[in-house]
Design a protein around this ligand. Structure first.
Ligand SMILES: [Zn+2]
Length: 572
């Protein structure tokens, strides 16, 4: 390919709306252009990388025994009503009416469609079956961000497994889990396989493949000791060991005028936040209000709360409700004497002796509150977010908090969808039973974003050879000279004959801007036809990742390039 003919516009300036490195570089290096909120065009250079990522995904899916198919993006809303997920996804679901007035959905995922499709299967003998597709998905995100990291329209590989029993699902799940590890390794993306919450998908076991990146929107904890990794929302906080006995002191009331927050009360009463117990009131749809107790230095984990309550439909109580339930304004609620609410306590909250809590009256707190003596929690559970101060739930080692991009997610779904839609098979016993399902997604666009987040420097992208749209860029610095132009063409011919994809920069531009562009677009090996060629008839070879330079005579070019490509394949 000749750059002078290639639709690869580069920009010197960062786009104004870009917050993340990958977004900035994808626009500047001519991979994408924004059309509207959360919708991007892929230019040829970006599409080439996207297709390479998709090809790796496809190869590894096929290797794992999954079969490719293609389902419509346009889906009847009725199918979503049958599983109740029209409500679960709510506004995220993009709805359209066709000309007959029938309501349709632009598919954000395909559990409903694929389950409806496999109803044709009759017998356990036709299982296991894993199918997948690579297709455009739609989600009406409230806040599209990070360029292609969170967009309204994106390319996804989604796979679905069907088994006769839980043991079969465990095998299918493992096969996909292993395929994901191979996919990310081949694409040059570092990932942490994290324990995760299944959320809107349902089911009980799920793992997220998280690519550590400073501009990622997810937070995960990882343990350097045993390799435990989990999404912050899903990380377990085991009950801490019982503290050394501290004798309970008599309950007192302290006046705390104007002191509402943990920080204020802690400073005013000169006690550390860990000695406070926070009381948060929640209104639950169709149920009694609950009070959640966590230590002053901890935060409620609403994902865990949803599991304990058995519903995601709850919210923090409004100030008027708080006053009605506790008899005090916001900031003075406490568990002692609180009536008409269910008390749910985090494990760590009930271990604080002689604690400070709100007193359920304005401008006052209780001091020396002792759980069990002064109040009784109706249930104690893991209800809080893990913190970096916590120890690893698996080995008690030190935890590290990292931000990451979710690049893949695998779920054990069980029979949620097959039951709702009547997808059953006959077992050897003759009995009919819903198929046991798993689902497995990878955001192909996010593979590119994650690679760029993890592999770039101040000058631009550093592609791993597996995803690079071209392996070699040949920069002819003096294209006006017929000899230099011919040398560029000969180099391209030699490299192409060796099976390498090359981009020949034959544009009429200053040498400086050509070298800058070569760094920006990040092709792994650069061949420069410049001063050294003019004086010594030698080509300059540059490894983009390290800027390591070498020289080669034209007849040694192919060998020299192969050596550099081998180096570029090493983890950076
Ligand atoms: Zn550990």
């Amino acid at each position: 390919m000749r750059w002078s003919q290639y639709f690869l516009p580069t920009l010197r300036e960062d786009p104004k709306d870009a917050e993340s490195v990958s977004h900035r570089l994808m626009v500047r290096a001519g991979l994408i252009r924004r059309l509207g909120s959360g919708a991007y065009s892929y230019l040829p250079f970006g599409l080439a990388a996207l297709q390479k990522a998709a090809a790796i995904v496809r190869e590894e899916m096929n290797r794992a025994g999954a079969q490719e198919l293609l389902m419509p993006a346009l889906q009847p809303l009725e199918l979503w009503k049958a599983t109740g997920r029209d409500k679960v996804l709510g506004e995220v679901l993009l709805r359209v009416k066709d000309r007959t007035g029938k309501e349709q959905v632009l598919g954000p995922t395909h559990e409903e469609v694929v389950t409806d499709l496999v109803k044709e299967l009759q017998s356990h003998k036709q299982l296991p079956l894993t199918v997948y597709q690579i297709q455009t998905k739609f989600r009406d995100e409230p806040r599209p961000r990070g360029g292609v990291i969170r967009s309204k329209e994106f390319l996804m590989k989604d796979a679905y497994s069907f088994d006769a029993d839980a043991e079969g699902l465990a095998r299918s799940y493992q096969a996909m889990y292993d395929a994901y590890q191979r996919i990310f390794r081949r694409c040059g993306v570092q990932v942490l396989a994290c324990e995760a919450d299944p959320g809107a998908m349902g089911g009980d076991v799920s793992h997220e493949f998280m690519a550590p990146a400073p501009s990622g929107e997810d937070r995960v904890v990882r343990c350097g000791g045993c390799g435990y990794a989990a999404n912050l929302e899903a990380a377990k906080c085991p009950a801490p060991p019982a503290p050394a006995g501290e004798s309970p002191k008599p309950l007192e009331t302290a006046m705390t005028p104007g002191q509402h927050t943990v920080e204020q009360v802690s400073r005013f009463l000169k006690v550390p936040p860990a000695r406070l117990i926070k009381t948060l009131l929640y209104e639950v749809e169709g149920g009694d209000p609950v009070a959640v107790l966590v230590r002053g230095d901890h935060e409620v984990n609403e994902t865990k709360l949803a599991r304990v309550l058995g519903t995601p439909r709850f919210r923090l109580a409004a100030p008027a409700t708080i006053e009605r339930l506790s008899g005090a304004p916001v900031g003075f609620t406490g568990p002692v004497g609180l009536k008409g609410v269910r008390l749910l306590a985090d494990h760590a909250a009930v271990q604080v002796a002689n604690a400070v809590t709100g007193a359920n009256r304005a401008e006052a707190h209780h001091v020396n509150v002792n759980p069990d003596r002064d109040f009784q929690a109706s249930q104690t559970a893991d209800l809080r977010l893990i913190t970096p101060e916590d120890s690893c739930p698996s080995c008690r080692g030190r935890l590290e908090l990292v931000t990451a991009i979710e690049a893949g997610h695998v779920f054990k779904l069980g029979t949620k969808y097959s039951q709702a839609l009547g997808a059953t098979v006959q077992l050897p016993s003759g009995q009919s039973q819903p198929m046991v399902m798993g689902c497995y997604g990878i955001g192909i666009n996010r593979i590119l974003a994650a690679v760029i987040e993890q592999r770039h420097d101040k000058d631009g992208i550093i592609w791993p050879p597996a995803l690079a749209p071209f392996q070699v860029v040949i920069s002819v610095l003096e294209p006006g000279s017929p000899e230099a132009a011919r040398a560029g063409e000969e180099a391209q011919a030699a490299l192409s004959a060796a099976g390498l994809e090359t981009l020949l920069d034959d544009r009429e531009q200053s040498p400086g801007s050509k070298l800058k562009d070569a760094d920006l677009v990040g092709i792994p090996v650069q061949v420069v036809i410049g001063k050294v060629w003019k004086s010594e008839r030698q080509l300059e070879l540059v490894l983009r990742a390290t800027k390591e330079k070498s020289r080669a005579a034209p007849e040694a070019l192919v060998e020299g390039v192969h050596k550099l490509l081998d180096k570029a394949k090493l983890p950076q």
